[in-house]
Each structure stands twice: as structure tokens, then as C-alpha cells.
Design a protein around this ligand. Sequence first.
Ligand code: HEC
Ligand code: HEC
Length: 219
Amino acid sequence: MLKRNGRLMLAGALLVSSAVQAQGVAADGQQVAMQGDGSGAPCMACHGMDGAGNNAAGFPRLAGLDAAYIAKQIRDYNAGTRVSGVMQPNVDNLTEQQILDVSAYYAAQPVPKAQTGGDAELLALGEKLAKRGDWDNYIPACESCHGPDNQGVGASFPGLAGQHGNYIKQQLNAWRSGARHNDPNQLMTGVAERLSEQQIEAVAAYLGSRQAVAAEGGQ
Ligand code: HEC
Ligand code: HEC
């Protein structure tokens, strides 16, 4: 009995330590953001130290995204289920701990102010798609997976509100072309395939104009 208890306590201790590890350490992640993976360019060169990214260049905002979602994407680049010649060389030398740390760092950065404004008609079309979908073409509302106001749900459904419009467009096209096929059960591929060019323009503009709220654990 004593022995059994001892083993249980050990199992408990291991669980606690792996949970701590799985969270990453933002302070160590800052180092990774500044120095990169040792063979590629530092993250900050494209995503910024603040994780704001850059709309014109197509660099996504990382600030305030869910840490576990960020970590999954880095692993997906390395596994080849998400293909980007620009991104992959910068993360292929990271250790698992560095992946967790840099993800924790960017998740904790305050979300920047969204850039509002744009073509009112286009934004209205995008809002309709985001909130109600387009059932004539079997397209569900983005909100039905990405959560209220598309602020994201946990690690699986990233926040889209306040993500850069050009990056959103680029990703919708990546699912259509197959360059990105890292979505569980092809949940996102099925949606992207049915969107028209105009719907992609509209929903990217609308989502980009929304103010993001940081995922839980962020600021
Ligand atoms: C040379 C520029 C560049 C550098 C350096 C860079 N990235 Fe990226 N990053 C990009 C681009 C471009 C994309 C979008 C690629 C695509 O289409 O998938 C991206 C995408 C990402 C994504 C996916 C975001 C999302 O919302 O799914 C993550 C996470 C990420 N980068 C993390 C990092 C980290 C961590 C580092 C440093 C270790 C880094 N990046 C270095 C350009 C860069
Ligand atoms: C059936 C569920 C579902 C619906 C509906 C859905 N998505 Fe997604 N979407 C996902 C999943 C799951 C992912 C994350 C895949 C992964 O693990 O990388 C995702 C990721 C994305 C991303 C990538 C974000 C990033 O940071 O790289 C974009 C952009 C996106 N979705 C846009 C949309 C838009 C626009 C709509 C509405 C027209 C929509 N989604 C509707 C499931 C869905």
C-alpha cells in the first residue's frame, strides 16, 4: 500500500512538472524572439518584439494568440503540414522547450489596436459571412468555430479578429492550394474551398478591422 502511494505521488509530481513545462517561460521566449533558432532570422525581424506583425509584408500578428495554438503551428511547419519557405527555416532548429517558451512570450504580448476603416460595402459583406455564413453555398459562419466575434476558442480555433487582412487572405488561399493542410478533420479546408474571391476579400477586410481581445493567459 505504501509502495502504491509512493508511485501515485511520483506520477502526480511528474504530471505537475510536465504541466509547468507545457506552459513555456515567457522570459526565456524573449531570448528566442531576439535571437531566433540559431540558423534562421530572429522572429522579431518579421513579427516584431511586440508580435504585431506587418500587414503589407504578410507577417501575421502573434501577440495575444493562444500559446498552444502558436506552438502547434511551429511544429506543423517543421512537420511539413504547413508549408512556407519564408517561415520554416526560422524554426527548424528550435527545441521543444524553446517552442513552448517563444509561444508563451508572444501569447503574453498586449494586442495592438486594430486598423479600422475601409470600403463599407465590402465590410458589410464580410461581417455577414463572419457572423451568419452563406448557407446557399454551404458556408457556415466563421463564428461557429472561431467563437463569438471570432476572438478564438482555446488552442484549436485561433482568434481571427484583428489579424492582418493580407495574412488572412494568404491563409485562405493556402488551404485552397493545399500548402496548408494542418487542420483537424479538414475543418478549415472545407470552408476555404467554397469561398469566392470576393468573399475572401470581404471577410479578410472585415476581420482585420475588428479589435482583438487576447486569448486567456495573454494581456
Ligand atoms: C523572415 C520573416 C520571418 C521570420 C524571421 C519568422 N517568421 Fe514566423 N511567419 C512569417 C511569415 C511570412 C508567416 C506566414 C507564413 C505562412 O503563410 O504560413 C509566419 C507565420 C508564423 C506563425 C503562424 C501564425 C498563425 O497565426 O498561424 C507563427 C506561430 C510564427 N510565424 C512564429 C515565428 C517564430 C517563433 C519565429 C522565430 C523563431 C518566426 N516566426 C520567425 C515570417 C517570419
Ligand atoms: C468548422 C470549423 C471552422 C469554420 C466554420 C471556420 N474555420 Fe477557420 N479554422 C478552423 C480551424 C480548426 C483552424 C486552425 C487549424 C490549425 O490547426 O492550424 C482554422 C484557422 C483559420 C485561419 C488561420 C488563422 C491563423 O492565425 O493562421 C483563418 C484565416 C481562418 N480559419 C479563417 C476562417 C474564415 C474566414 C471562416 C469563415 C468564412 C472560417 N475560418 C470558418 C476551423 C473553422
